[in-house]
Design a protein around this ligand. Structure first.
Ligand SMILES: [Zn+2]
Length: 185
């Protein structure tokens, strides 16, 4: 563990990373200050205060949750309605709730993170198996949801029982089909 101190403010920060790794990771920090520090580090090395800032920027970057890239914009798909829900045999009930700026993911009562555009930011409770299911869903949302509906006999959007044969065939009812702009009957 090495401590870097900002002599101006006396704030300090610790890191286990070797300093050349810090410089390497600085390339992934997307702002002009980080880019300037990186090129100075390569050209002539960094001063004490600059080293402090390099470590600070990289530490903040590492703490950011890393999103999983989905195969399509699931936020746009889910936002056609308010709630999509289905059961996974291993994990139980999954809910995708439409919020103003994202889709919240729940598994049972646990918050599993959110979806923004084609990125899934999982929470620390999230399980890899559920992440894999969301990836699968993003590949072909309509087909996957329809299959959940067919398997369970209830609509994947509103959980109403599917009674009409045409609904059973597609996995959702006519009202939800219209709401989500999906083929039915
Ligand atoms: Zn429905």
């Amino acid at each position: 563990m090495v401590t870097y101190t900002n002599p101006k403010t006396n704030e300090s920060i610790e890191t286990e990373l070797p300093f050349d790794r810090v410089i390497e990771l600085l390339k992934d920090v997307d702002n002009s200050f980080a880019r300037s520090l990186y090129s100075q580090a390569i050209d002539r090395g960094l001063s004490g205060p600059q080293q402090y800032w390099a470590v600070k920027l990289v530490s903040e970057k590492i703490k950011e949750p890393q999103p999983v890239l989905l195969a399509s914009d699931l936020q746009a798909f889910c936002s056609r309605g308010t709630l999509i829900q289905f059961k996974l045999p291993e994990y139980g009930k999954i809910q995708l709730r439409t919020m103003p700026k994202c889709i919240n993911v729940y598994c049972g009562t646990y918050y599993y993170g959110n979806i923004i555009g084609d990125k899934y930011y999982s929470s620390r409770y999230a399980k890899d198996g559920v992440t894999a299911e969301l990836l699968l869903l993003s590949l072909d949302p309509i087909t996957v949801l329809a299959q959940y509906g067919k398997d369970s006999g209830v609509c994947c959007f509103c959980r109403r029982e599917l009674t009409d044969e045409r609904s059973v065939n597609v996995g959702y009812g006519p009202i939800c089909a219209e709401y989500y702009g999906l083929p039915w009957g």
